[in-house]
Ligand binder design. Structure first.
Ligand code: ATP
Ligand code: MG
Length: 177
């Protein structure tokens, strides 16, 4: 049987759950021994998935690129530095996408990198065009551009109805990171 066509999946929106949804999708795919790669844009700190994914080796691999979130409180990292980091992370992502080694690749926070102009839309477009036909590509992050919605097969917007942050409950270990 011919292999199925891979999808371009986008998780966006202001509510919590974009990265978590992408990780859940990967977990399900590992059940079928699919090879999954997660590349995180703009992240440079520890999060539980880094340790968890080691336990799913060799089916899943995770790589962090970046200098923390753009504009995060107290950050002294300039836009130029963010752009350099995003460009390096993108080059790595592009190489892996076109290598044909992976069934699923998650580019976590890449949508935010594009909407904040840290990474050009043209580069993302090139990535989507050149991905292997059967590979699924999952993209997460805030403010999805209309042009990306047009290209994607599946777009889900996380809508915040309630978040503990609003009543002063800060990020929780194992829930938020
Ligand atoms: P998660 O990684 O928990 O799935 P996310 O990918 O949807 O969240 P990001 O924009 O990547 O959201 O945010 C990263 C961090 O901000 C996470 O610790 C997340 O829990 C937290 N966060 C997400 N949404 C909100 C919100 N609406 N208000 C406050 N904090 C949030
Ligand atoms: Mg996220």
């Amino acid at each position: 049987m011919m292999e199925e066509k891979g999808l371009v999946i986008v998780y966006t929106g202001e509510g919590k759950g974009k990265t978590t949804a992408a990780l859940g999708l990967v977990l399900r795919a590992v059940g079928y021994k699919k090879k999954c790669l997660i590349i995180q844009f703009g992240k440079a700190w520890f999060s539980g998935e880094l340790a968890a994914i080691k336990k799913l080796s060799p089916f899943v691999k995770i790589i962090q690129g970046g200098k923390g979130f753009l504009g995060i409180l107290g950050s002294r990292v300039s836009l130029k530095e963010h752009k350099i980091a995003a460009s390096q992370t993108f080059d790595l992502l592009y190489k892996q996408v076109t290598s044909g080694k992976w069934d699923i690749i998650v580019a976590d926070e890449i949508v935010g990198a594009v909407s904040s102009k840290t990474l050009s839309f043209t580069k993302l477009l090139q990535l989507i065009k050149n991905k292997p036909v059967t590979m699924d590509l999952v993209l997460t992050g805030h403010h999805v551009p209309k042009k990306l919605i047009a290209l994607a097969d599946l777009v889900t917007e996380m809508q915040e109805i309630k978040h503990p942050f609003k009543k002063g409950i800060l990020a929780k270990k194992g829930i938020d990171f």
